[in-house]
Design a protein around this ligand. Sequence first.
Ligand SMILES: Nc1nc2c(ncn2[C@@H]2O[C@H](COP(=O)(O)OP(=O)(O)OP(=O)(O)O)[C@@H](O)[C@H]2O)c(=O)[nH]1
Ligand SMILES: [Mg+2]
Ligand SMILES: [Zn+2]
Length: 396
Amino acid sequence: MTTTIEKMRKGSRKRQLREARRKSGNKKTVKKPRRKNWTSESIDIWDDANYQTEERIIPRGEHERRRNLEAQAFDETLLSSELASDIETDPAQIGLVVEISSGLCRVEIGDKTFVCTLRGNLQTHETGYSNLIAVGDHVTISQEGSENGVVENVLPRRSILARSHGRILSLQQIVVANVDQILIVAAWREPHIWPQLLDRYLITAQRNNLKAIICINKIDLIEDQQSFNATIQPYAKLEHQFVLTSTVLGNGIRELSSILEGNTTVLAGLSGVGKSSLLTAIQPSLNLRTSSVAERGLFRGQGKHTTTQSSLWKLDNGSVVIDTPGIRDFGLKGITKSQLASWYPEMKAVSGKCRYADCTHINEPECIIKTAVETGSVSKLRYKNYIAIMDKLPTS
Ligand SMILES: Nc1nc2c(ncn2[C@@H]2O[C@H](COP(=O)(O)OP(=O)(O)OP(=O)(O)O)[C@@H](O)[C@H]2O)c(=O)[nH]1
Ligand SMILES: [Mg+2]
Ligand SMILES: [Zn+2]
């Protein structure tokens, strides 16, 4: 609801800015950010091939000029007015970002949802991130009509899940914000389980200080119990919650529901593993879009996503979940070869006992990790993945 007082506030804000611009002698109008259609075809998929950045490029110095201008305008008049404190503390204006698409976002305040643009003076500049807001963010908005608004500020985050930027190596993209835990979903088949990816996700969870839960879905597709056990046992042994599910047979759904209860959880996993299906199995009324690998018409379903945007849902059991499009990789940027073992808790536990202090645990003699692999206290599968991941890391 746009109250008269808010309209007045907006009107006077514009007047103040106009006046300040006139005084500073700069007649140029500040361009509004490009508005894209909410329903536009462009999709925000975190797959390297399709990756798009929302970073806007502004001329050097423009950011500072705008800040000075605002400061100048508001120094003069607003400070003593009651309106200023009103803007900062009005709890009705703080909302939760539940979906983002091409520069627009949906913000929930109570039982209302507003489609919002971002205030032009918000910049990614020097934040180290390629995006300004993410699903799960708490933001302040000013309303424009009953269904629209403008995001004015992003409130401090208690946690983030980030991934390496596809093209600009020094940047990271915030995938979601303010979550407690990450549910790593893999399918036993369709798409085929890929243990190395599980290890990469586990490293990402640790780097983001998020509790990780491993979920192996589609256990109705187990064709050989022995080979299943051999593959998943190393993961069941880790100190993470571990759940086996089938949305077809109903296995593990109640257990998964209680793991989510009371927490904010982001689901991550390849496209087609069944993330949306699991959420719908927990709460059928969600009825999230899902589609089979065959329907996608692609081998292993790795190229086409059914879920195309992250979206936040509040479930009846009191949990908050964020469904994401298939994320192939979070990137391990910043980890060097000599640090990799420290992200494997079972290796870290015995580290420092090798003959060489900078042992990479591959070819060096008298290596305690290699001995641990032989005796079985470090799994052969996890160690094999360790070597494969190591191969792609920089030396220092
Ligand atoms: N056999 C079997 N199929 C499943 C199971 N869970 C989901 N599926 C099927 O797997 C396909 C993909 O499921 P989705 O839930 O769309 O997968 P997703 O992970 O959300 O995929 P994206 O949205 O593309 O990231 C659908 O056809 C589901 O019916 C399961 O436990 N067993
Ligand atoms: Mg999905
Ligand atoms: Zn070693």
